[in-house]
Design a protein around this ligand. Structure first.
Ligand SMILES: [Mg+2]
Length: 238
């Protein structure tokens, strides 16, 4: 892990040196270096498992419907999984309002808001999630309304969830690439399989509270368990 972290940092430094020498040619390097980093960063954060608990698992516990614990690890086909979940909700007569009432009782992970507040005071940050804005809204309120890119549910007037709309294909990777094409260097962090593409697409990326398996399969990605260590690693590469 340490080796991987060092390699990433070295890559980052090389990248910065390339930037600096480019700036040298127009004589602005010293000024820019005195003022601070001459590149613009944005931190791209996964939501569930990083800042808040897994929403469907928490909702399953709150609602007492154990079937809803099923996740992408049990059913990799997201479309199939979502249609199955929507069917269960219908069966139990649960609509969006009931789900939002339940989700309102879920809190961010301890220390998550403080971590995010400090992060947003030193750099730009955006949450990129596979969840739905109608589910995430009560949690965004508790996190101080950070920017959230996610998907949306289709809801009937009665409140029944009838379907859902994904923002785009492979939305985490696509969004990170779009931010890079807008001139940002991305620093992505997440806990799961669906975060690996956006983590690997950036100059730097980190795993947070991931599984032993993912950690073992990706020794090149620095992995952390505590917000303070994650924040220190981010600060180091800014
Ligand atoms: Mg996650």
């Amino acid at each position: 892990m340490q080796e991987g972290g060092t390699r990433l940092r070295e890559d980052s430094l090389l990248h910065r040196e390339a930037h600096s020498s480019k700036e040298n040619s127009n004589g602005r390097a010293s000024l820019l270096l005195k003022e601070g980093p001459n590149h613009m960063n944005i931190v791209c954060l996964d939501l569930e498992g990083v800042l808040v608990p897994e929403i469907w698992i928490a909702f399953s516990k709150e609602s007492g419907i154990p079937e809803l614990k099923r996740t992408t690890r049990d059913e990799p086909d997201y479309d199939k999984l979502m249609k199955w979940r929507i069917g269960i909700l219908k069966e139990h007569g649960l609509g969006l309002r009931e789900i939002q009432d339940t989700i309102a009782k879920i809190d961010p992970l301890p220390g998550a808001k403080e971590f995010l507040d400090e992060l947003r005071s030193i750099t730009q940050a955006v949450i990129i999630s596979d969840t739905f804005e109608q589910f995430a809204t009560p949690l965004m309120k508790k996190l101080g309304w950070p920017t959230l890119f996610c998907n949306t549910l289709e809801v009937a007037e009665s409140g029944e969830i009838t379907g859902y709309k994904m923002r785009c294909e492979k939305s985490k990777l696509t969004t990170v690439q779009a931010l890079q094409s807008a001139g940002y260097e991305t620093i992505a962090l997440g806990d799961s399989f669906n975060d690996l593409a956006m983590i690997q697409a950036g100059t730097n990326g980190f795993l947070f509270r991931t599984t032993d398996q993912i950690r073992a399969d990706h020794p090149d990605i620095p992995a952390f368990e505590e917000y303070k260590d994650l924040l220190a690693a981010i600060k180091e590469v800014l």
